[in-house]
Write a protein of this length. Structure first.
Length: 601
């Protein structure tokens, strides 16, 4: 009987190994089904909760309404000139395509819902494919189901591919995983080209992943230093990187992004990347046998690239956002994703950081075990990436999704090392209980269990305050509530910075500001207006920006900052009923979460 069970198990494992492409589709369809069920309520009401997702839909709608391909200014924000946003059209393409396909059959609103639900899951497909390829190449051809299970536990990463998360993060994570798949490809030229193309696409979308992409590119060059046979990989990477970035810039850079700006793939980075590609390509032809000489040549090339950048673009040294100290203090420092992970509640920090730490440990272990094998250099690259992104959480919590995604590989290697031994145990308790406990410990589920520990009195009090504060404010973003505002004649409104993208996307109205660093002057106008003790500051801002209405959502997260830091400011004056004579209230339906005034001067 035992031999029969062993034979069945072996046939199943052999099928998983042989038919991995079929399994990929089964896993992808299953995951997408789970995503849709989990998010169905939000999809039904087009509840784009993130400001960037709302702005992305607003950009797509403007393009489909006739705005130029290379004009990405959002003309419903930052009047009179519009918001000069730092995005590209790459991520707009699948969203717009889905809208155009479904709109003739189901109308605008349902087409928006379908596009916003499906587009993020399209990015999940190449990400999952790349992850499976990498695990098959590095861990074992049968290990990828374990990696998939661990990925499904990486909630911070997984959220980026769920319905309605239509902004660029899911696509950039997919490009990161494709780059790692290229590093792991035993075919050097194919792997180098794969990594170069994925890096170029990522840069064409945005520069958020430039540190990890730079580490991945450097690892390809260092592999050439160690083994001259890797010259083909480096040459293919250099050609794909330079050519891909040129295509991304020429085909997708907006009019505004063709200036010497530092926060996108502009001429600044295009010229630097072209120089990088050219030098790496030149080095790949160098017939030098000594590792020390190859390393010296690579260091010289790196120094030349750095010198070119520093001399040619000194204004880009430092933070790419190039925001003013005042904007940093009043706005940017309050953005949740740019705060260090240790500023978050310990439960949230544990959920985010657990898998990256496990992944780094696993990658280091795998690198040591494979030090004499062909996969050793790849594991070293993954270990460095894991350590870098895990440590990056101490700087900004926005490293969370990429850190968890990279952590899947190291955690999978540990799981493949530990789980088979537990499953082969003669004790049923160890086979079942030990295996489950080990998986929970390696996948991050253990951290989620720990975070379920009952909260203490202080945490309960804070949670109660947050719950009371998020009652009506949460309704402000809903379609029924915004529909009440949409029935009014189109106007430009002075409202919260974080309210701007949702307002312009779901209504005919415009807003003064949205939470984007190039929108700095408009953001400061809104902050100054609501914090100033004199209503004349708000009046001047509205006159200069052409705003005729003031729209408030009392209790919204941004409002708590005005309440705490400017208790006598204009926002609190309006909330307390101290309304200047130049504003008159606008009647809204009973139960509306908004308060609205019209400027009458």
């Amino acid at each position: 009987m035992q031999d029969s069970e062993t034979a069945v198990e072996e046939r199943m494992l052999a099928w998983i190994e042989r038919r991995w492409r079929t399994v990929f589709w089964l896993l992808f369809i299953g995951a997408c089904t789970y995503f849709l069920v989990y998010k169905w309520g939000q999809v039904r009401w087009l509840s784009l909760s993130d400001t960037d997702d709302n702005m992305r839909l607003a950009e797509v709608k403007a393009w489909l309404a006739g705005q130029s391909w290379f004009d990405l200014r959002q003309h419903k924000l930052a009047p009179p000139d519009g918001l000069n946003i730092h995005w590209s059209r790459i991520v707009d393409l699948p969203i717009a395509g889905l809208i155009l396909i479904f709109r003739p059959f189901v109308g605008d609103f349902t087409a928006y819902r379908i596009a916003c639900a499906v587009a993020p899951m399209l990015a999940f497909a190449p990400a999952l494919w790349a992850m499976i390829l990498t695990v098959r190449r590095l861990v074992h051809p049968r290990a990828y189901p374990i990696a998939f299970a661990i990925l499904m536990c990486a909630q911070t990463t997984l959220f980026m591919w769920m319905p309605l998360r239509i902004d660029h993060h899911g696509w950039q994570l997919a490009m990161l995983l494709i780059v790692i798949a290229g590093l792991a490809d035993p075919n050097g030229r194919r792997g180098g080209a794969t990594a170069g193309i994925a890096t170029a696409v990522s840069f064409g979308i945005g520069l958020e992943l430039i540190p990890v992409m730079a580490i991945a590119g450097a690892s390809i060059a260092l592999r050439w230093v160690w083994d001259r046979a890797e010259a083909g990989r480096m040459a293919a990477y250099a050609i794909a990187l330079g050519g891909g970035c040129a295509i991304a810039f020429g085909g997708f850079a907006s009019y505004d992004n063709r200036a010497m700006v530092c926060d996108v793939l502009s001429p600044v980075y295009l010229s630097t990347l072209l120089l990088t590609g050219g030098l790496l390509l030149g080095l790949s032809f160098a017939r030098v046998d000594g590792r020390a000489v190859r390393f010296a040549l690579l260091v010289a090339a790196g120094a030349g690239i750095a010198a070119f950048f520093l001399i040619s673009f000194p204004h880009c040294i430092g933070r790419p956002e190039a925001i003013s100290p005042e904007l940093e203090r009043l706005w940017f420092s309050n953005v949740r994703e740019v705060k260090p992970l240790y500023t978050k509640p310990w439960r949230d920090a544990l959920d985010i950081a657990y898998l990256p730490v496990i992944g780094a440990i696993g990658a280091i272990t795998a690198a040591w075990r494979a030090r004499a094998q062909a996969t050793g250099p790849v594991w070293i690259s993954i270990a460095v990436l894991s350590l870098f992104t895990a440590c990056g959480l101490a700087w900004q919590s926005r490293f969370g999704p990429q850190a968890q995604a990279i952590g899947v590989f190291g955690a999978s290697a540990l799981a493949w090392l530990i789980l088979p031994r537990l499953l082969d145990s003669g004790s049923a308790l160890i086979r079942v209980g030990g295996t489950l406990l080990a998986f929970f410990a390696l996948s991050g589920q253990l951290a989620q269990f720990v975070s379920m520990i009952p909260k203490n009195d202080k945490e309960m009090k804070r949670a109660g305050c947050e719950a009371r504060a998020s009652g009506k404010p949460g309704r402000c973003m809903t379609i029924p509530a915004l529909g009440q505002i949409d029935r009014l004649p189109p106007a430009t409104m002075l409202t919260f910075v974080d309210m701007g993208p949702r307002l312009i996307t779901m209504t005919r109205h415009s807003a003064i500001a949205g939470p984007y660093h190039r929108n700095g002057e408009a953001i400061l106008d809104v902050i100054h207006a609501f914090r100033a003790t004199s209503p004349d500051v708000a009046r001047t801002v509205m006159q200069r920006r052409g705003a005729t209405m003031v729209l408030l959502c009392p209790g919204m997260a941004e409002s708590t900052i005005y309440k705490a830091r400017a208790p006598k400011g204009f926002y609190m004056q309006l909330i307390n009923g101290d309304v200047p004579a130049w504003l008159e209230p606008v009647e809204l339906p009973e139960g509306s979460p908004f308060r609205l005034w019209r400027r009458i001067d």
